[in-house]
Design a protein around this ligand. Structure first.
Ligand SMILES: C[S@@+](CC[C@H](N)C(=O)[O-])C[C@H]1O[C@@H](n2cnc3c(N)ncnc32)[C@H](O)[C@@H]1O
Length: 314
């Protein structure tokens, strides 16, 4: 990341989420993406809404031309939304979002009304987000902002100072972050989570595989673009290595899935590429372990969105 600036990749993925409700089926609706991004990106998202039918056609063409890859972001976010909603239904009332970026779950998921959300992120990205948010009220019971540089700061200290309750289970999301971190920071964060989280907690990590999902050329091109944004890819891993890493830290892997699992379930299509995966692990506790979201998923319209500016889709 560039010192003093918010994460560019966080802005890119928020932009993709801001377009997601134009996809068919609409898997995610993020009405906060435009106001959080502001500037040109926010204006483009507002324009995309104004010419909705045209946007839908363009996105459909893009999805077809990319073999569905252009939808990878909305799929990843939707799967994690369902993890959160499932955890809350089991009684978990603390959500920790590591590397939150412009994540708007606390403002767009009505299911979080009894939940305290801890948004952990690099202070530079977080400052930008808080400024853009203003005093917009969340749908979550409470949101606590926790500034942490995973490579420097103590996550345990900062989280407990922010009021995280180590005696109650939590659901932790680490979406689209570990690929930008060195191994040491990933392992240190996992060890901290293992020491902080009470039994029955769930940890969902999205990670990139080493090779699948594109040709060597497309992967190199993406690496160059991301590197030019000051956020080089530093970590890719295959599922067995990721499972071993998570289990070494003391968690038990419950499921590990990727686009070949989700696309048939969510979109009713077949596909072989496997850009990113999510591993869900737990640290024991009572009750049955969470199973993968099985689908068919309810349309995004079944999720509750903020009343203001929300357009129901699905
Ligand atoms: C691709 S963005 C993902 C943001 C968000 N999770 C999402 O999916 O929309 C990567 C995030 O990781 C955060 N990040 C990168 N390096 C970090 C570090 N060393 N410490 C804390 N956060 C970091 C950035 O601030 C950014 O918010």
């Amino acid at each position: 990341m560039r010192p003093g600036q918010s994460s560019r990749t966080a802005r890119w993925v928020a932009f993709l989420r801001g377009l997601a409700h134009h996809g068919r089926p609409a898997l995610v609706h993020d009405p906060l993406a435009a106001p959080l991004l502001g500037g040109t990106a926010g204006a483009v998202l507002a324009m995309a809404d104004r010419v909705g039918p045209l946007t839908r056609v363009l996105l459909a063409v893009l999805a077809s031309a990319s073999g569905g890859r252009s939808r990878f972001m909305s799929i990843r976010t939707r799967v994690l939304d369902d993890v959160v909603v499932g955890a809350v239904a089991e009684g978990i009332d603390q959500l920790v979002i590591l590397g939150a970026g412009f994540d708007a779950r606390a403002w767009r998921l009505g299911e979080l009304s009894s939940c305290t959300v801890f948004e952990v992120d690099h202070p530079d990205t977080q400052a930008h987000k808080r400024q853009r948010l203003g005093d917009r009220a969340p749908l979550a019971r409470d949101v606590r902002f926790v500034g942490v540089d995973f490579e420097v700061d103590s996550l345990a200290t900062r989280l407990t100072e922010a009021g995280f309750d180590t005696s109650r289970p939590a659901v932790v999301l680490w979406e689209g972050v570990v690929m930008y971190l060195p191994e040491a920071a990933i392992d240190a964060t996992l060890a901290t989570l293992a020491s902080l989280l009470s039994a029955g907690s769930q940890v969902a990590i999205s990670y990139s595989r080493t090779g699948a999902g594109g040709t060597a050329l497309t992967r190199r091109a993406l690496g160059v673009v991301v590197g030019a944004a000051g956020e080089a890819f530093r970590h890719h891993e295959e599922p067995p290595a990721m499972a071993a890493r998570v289990e070494r830290a003391g968690f038990s892997v419950r499921w590990d899935e990727g686009h070949p699992d989700w696309v048939p379930r969510l979109l009713g299509q077949r596909q072989g590429w496997d850009i990113q995966r999510i591993v869900l692990s737990t640290n024991g506790g009572k009750g049955s372990p969470p199973s993968p979201p099985t689908g068919p998923f309810p349309p995004a319209s079944k999720l509750r969105f903020p009343a203001s500016g929300a357009r129901r889709v699905g």
